[in-house]
Design a protein around this ligand. Structure first.
Ligand SMILES: O=C([O-])CC(=O)C(=O)O
Ligand SMILES: [Mg+2]
Length: 615
């Protein structure tokens, strides 16, 4: 089954090794080729199917100067690199020094993209070991800027662009993706990228960034991940007129054609990659997000991160806040600014949590007030719709557009914004929260940073350091009255990687709300008393990889208990089972083990003082 290693390689190897650096000649007597198989892009290939130069050109195989002398010789790449050998740790140090040299975040993003394209293991190891410093670059907020500049910075493809013109042929387009073993897809149609609105095909940065976190935060193997943009056009006139725009130059397709396109896409994914393929919907506009979630959730393995991931992370923050305020969920009055996917998702999940606390659904919904662009969700309001889940939260109250007035009247203990309106929590609103509560809870969740409803600094200073604050994008620490607060980042990144890991390892077909509540609980459990005392309601970002494993284990336990797991028999040791499937971003030997190569002596260099990347 495995092709033999060509004799020419062996001859070249022996000749090269004779001439080299006092290295003893290598004598190859015989090789058991069956043992020389190894995984390449998830397929088993024999070494002869991969050319030597591919080991430098292919980011999956490339180790740069970490190829040992023996590897360089055997692979036929000896001489194609400078003489120096480096460990991965030395390479990481070079990466840290390099990235520090860039002033602008977009340039750091480009450096990391280039590293991702060049040396996959090094990229992921750098990311995993520097989450706090680099997550804001590969993800929110810089990824937003990268999407806005997509036409300018686009270099080489990553992910699939499927356009409305491909309707009828989506399966064929999927077949062009070179990986056979895709397990997780993040898909967007680019209509509501973060809080930035319609960016059309330029939204590709989002699935790419989210899937980078699948690997960096949950160890899901990169070749199992596929970013996809569904390009149905854009309604943003400036993009349609932008000579650099790379998407379809037409207005968005809507209605039946759009729905048929999505149906065909979902079916094609299952046909190509199987029914267990996880499909994460990301940054669809509200009018489609809820509708598509409802339509597909019982028929595909799918979830909507902006609705369910955001809900889960917000509820997790509220679970941790509960330990500070001492109040049950149902003892609060909640006020939401925004009534889109994120706010409705949070409200729905909270209602579920209150019901588990003992409230009825009606009692739970009565605690939640919502205010959208047309004012309070009020039964008698004339402007604005009360469609879908909005009607659950509509109140018998005079319609009003005065948000501050409403806050003064209902005196919420929890204020949550996901309105994509930067600064919407004015100082007066924050002051009112501080006046009516000993420990007001204020979440400004809109992304990226400029869209946050208030800054961390405003929230802490105006409430004299009493508020419990979280935001979607990161904010620097704030000092008030001699005490320093590290604002929590209530970002979906705490949730979706772990949920994906749990779903993939358990093989569950449908993802219920309870899965997201389990994830919320797991994140909240990782907030120590010590963190709480410092006002932190989320664990540090660096702890997410461990949190993801814990979420996956909880989902596995739940899946076996509820008999919805499809992986049998149940593994005895769930942690080990999960960890065994995770990606290893340390280098591995590039040659079959059985060729017991002598080890290259690494040149002794001055020990490195590790550069510390600043978050
Ligand atoms: O990407 C993020 O940071 C959170 C998110 O999904 C969004 O804002 O759409
Ligand atoms: Mg999103």
């Amino acid at each position: 089954m495995f092709a033999l290693i060509p004799r020419s390689l062996i001859v070249r190897l022996s000749r090269a090794s004779r001439n080299n650096l006092n290295q003893k000649p290598l004598i190859i007597e015989s090789v058991n080729f069956l043992d020389s198989k190894r995984e390449y892009h998830g397929d088993i290939l024999s070494p002869s199917q991969v050319l030597g130069i591919d080991h430098l050109r292919d980011p999956r195989l490339n180790k740069g100067l970490a190829f040992t002398l023996e590897e360089r010789q055997a692979l036929g790449i000896h001489g194609l690199q400078p003489a120096r050998f480096k460990t991965q740790e030395e390479q990481l140090e070079l990466c840290r020094i390099s990235i520090q040299r860039y002033q602008e975040d977009l340039n750091k993003y480009l450096y990391l993209t280039e590293l991702h394209d060049r040396n996959e293991k090094l990229f992921f190891r750098l990311l995993t070991e520097n989450i706090e410093a680099l997550m804001p670059i590969v993800y929110t907020p810089t990824v937003g800027l990268a999407c806005q500049k997509f036409g300018l910075i686009y270099r080489r493809p990553r992910g699939l662009f499927i356009t409305i013109n491909d309707i009828g042929h989506i399966f064929d387009v999927l077949k062009n993706w070179p990986e056979a073993n895709v397990k997780a897809i993040v898909v967007t149609d680019g209509e509501r990228i973060l809080g930035l609105g319609d960016l059309g095909a330029s939204g590709m940065g989002i699935p790419v960034g989210k899937l980078a976190l699948y690997t960096a935060l949950a160890g899901i193997k990169p070749h199992e991940c596929l970013p996809i943009v569904l390009d149905v056009g854009t309604n943003r006139q400036s993009l349609l007129e932008d000579p650099l725009y790379v998407g379809l130059r037409q207005k968005r397709v809507t209605g039946k054609l759009y729905d048929d396109f999505l149906d065909e896409f979902m079916e094609a994914v299952v046909q190509r990659y199987g029914q267990n393929t996880l499909i994460q919907f990301e940054d669809f506009a509200n009018h489609n997000a809820f509708r598509l979630l409802k339509k597909y959730r019982d028929h595909y393995c799918t979830f909507n991160d902006d609705i369910q991931g955001t809900a889960s992370v917000a509820v997790s923050g509220l679970m941790a806040s509960r330990r500070i305020t001492g109040k049950k969920f149902s003892e609060n009055t909640l006020c939401f600014l925004g009534a889109g996917g994120a706010c409705l998702g949070i409200a729905d999940l909270l209602v579920r949590a209150m019901v588990l606390e003992g409230s009825t659904i009606e009692e739970a919904r009565s605690k939640i007030w919502m205010f959208d662009i047309d004012g309070l969700l009020a039964n008698d309001r004339k402007e604005g719709n009360l469609e879908g889940h909005k009607k659950y939260y509509s109140k018998d109250h005079a319609p009003t557009k005065d948000f501050l007035g409403l806050v003064n009247e209902i005196k919420p203990s929890i204020l949550i914004g996901a309105s994509a309106t930067g600064g919407a929590f004015t100082p007066e609103i924050i002051r009112s929260m501080g006046e009516h509560n000993e420990r007001p809870v204020i979440f400004a969740l809109s992304n990226p940073t400029a869209n946050a409803e208030c800054t961390a600094e405003q929230a802490y200073t105006i409430t004299e350091g009493r508020c419990i604050f979280a935001s979607g994008s990161p904010f620097p620490p704030v000092t008030v009255g001699g005490k320093t607060f590290k604002p929590g980042q209530g970002n979906n990144a705490y949730i979706f990687p772990g949920v994906a890991l749990g779903v993939l390892t358990s093989g569950i077909h449908h993802i219920s709300e309870d899965v997201f509540l389990l994830a919320s609980e797991t994140v909240a459990e990782n907030v120590t008393e010590d963190y709480l005392a410092k006002g932190r309601i989320y664990p540090p970002l660096n702890e997410i990889p461990e949190v993801s494993v814990q979420i996956a284990i909880k989902i596995l336990e739940y899946a076996y208990k509820e008999r919805i797991a499809t992986v049998y028999p149940k593994p005895k040791d769930l942690r080990r089972y999960v960890e065994d499937q995770q990606y290893n971003c340390s280098y591995e030997p590039s040659l079959p083990n059985l060729w017991a190569w002598p080890k290259t002596p690494y040149m002794k260099t001055k020990p490195l003082e590790p550069t510390k990347l600043k978050a």
